[in-house]
Design a protein around this ligand. Structure first.
Ligand code: AMP
Ligand code: MG
Length: 287
């Protein structure tokens, strides 16, 4: 087959990463360019997972302690943004949820000791260094890391039209040639996104059941309890990190005004409103 350098074709690849399947869809001039872009994109995700995963014993995030530690630019950036969302959501979103998610993963009940260790204000960031003020704290980037990684992967592909889908976190760079945006589905809503991202937070897949009650993987840090109501929230923002964190913040708090402070909006959920306009969202340049 002959490839016309000016004509772009669509290519897709899927690989397991970050405990889920990650898909990359892109437009490239030929298969070799597409393959090189896939490799760069997936490699970037794998590298970030080594920093961010609390499942990997030797990850950078698991090395945090009460001793100030110089961390990577990426970890500093994601923690700084996580604290902004914690502040805006009055602690409904909290990446220091680690001690509670550990109990949830083992289906163990809440302990007051674990709950006391969840405190975003005890996570300190200063001049590239990070530390905890309470021994035993743990960071869990599960509610923000996939969005961040999808942003980074989209950039790493170095092509104009790329879509990264990491389960509920979707980042759209550019658009398919000749179209106004990428067509994506989020919590039953069809969207067209260009240089924007959408994330869905909910318990559709991740929960355990006991005595007829569904215990979601999403935990309300203020009570320490796993959420038992079934609800999916989708948020659209200019990048994946923002959409990911805000979808979780709204899922926990129910406060749909939080995304507005970050130039984002809720597009699916109990009180979703698209203001009567078609759910289309475009931002100048994704970052
Ligand atoms: P998401 O699917 O983006 O809403 O992220 C859910 C994941 O984030 C969970 O599996 C936990 O690892 C973590 N998590 C649970 N509750 C919270 C919370 N209140 N704030 C921040 N992260 C959380
Ligand atoms: Mg999230």
């Amino acid at each position: 087959m002959a490839w016309n350098a000016n004509k772009l074709s669509r290519f897709e690849a899927v690989e397991p990463h970050m405990g889920t399947l990650v898909g990359i869809t892109l437009y490239a001039a030929n298969p070799a360019m597409a393959k090189a872009a896939f490799e760069r994109g997936f490699a970037r995700i794998a590298a970030l997972n080594r920093l961010f995963s609390d499942y990997l014993e030797d990850s950078e995030v698991n090395a945090l302690s009460t001793t100030p530690r110089k961390v990577s630019r990426e970890l500093y950036e994601i923690l700084r943004f996580a604290r902004e969302v914690s502040r805006a959501s009055n602690g409904a979103f909290d990446v220091t949820i680690g001690p509670l998610t550990r109990l949830w993963r083992q289906k163990l009940p809440l302990t007051p000791e674990a709950k006391a260790l969840v405190d975003w204000q005890a996570l300190r960031l200063e001049r590239g260094r990070v530390w905890f003020t309470k021994p035993g704290m743990k960071v869990d980037l599960g509610a923000i890391g996939k969005g961040f990684a999808a942003d980074a992967a989209a950039r790493a592909c170095e092509l104009d039209n790329v879509l990264i889908a990491a389960s509920g976190d979707i980042v759209c760079r550019g658009a398919p040639p000749g179209e106004s945006g990428w067509r994506v589905q989020a919590a039953g809503v069809t969207l067209r996104l260009r240089n924007a991202a959408v994330s869905t937070s909910g318990d559709a897949r991740q929960y355990f059941e006991r005595n007829g009650v569904r215990y979601s993987h999403i935990i309300d840090p203020r009570s320490g309890l796993s959420m038992t109501t079934q609800l999916e929230v989708s948020a659209v923002a200019r990048n994946g990190m923002t959409a990911d964190a805000l979808a979780t913040a709204v899922r926990v708090s129910g406060d749909t005004s939080i995304p507005k402070r970050f130039g984002a909006q809720v597009v699916a959920g109990p009180t979703a409103s698209t203001g009567g306009h078609p759910p289309e969202f475009a931002a100048p340049g994704s970052d």
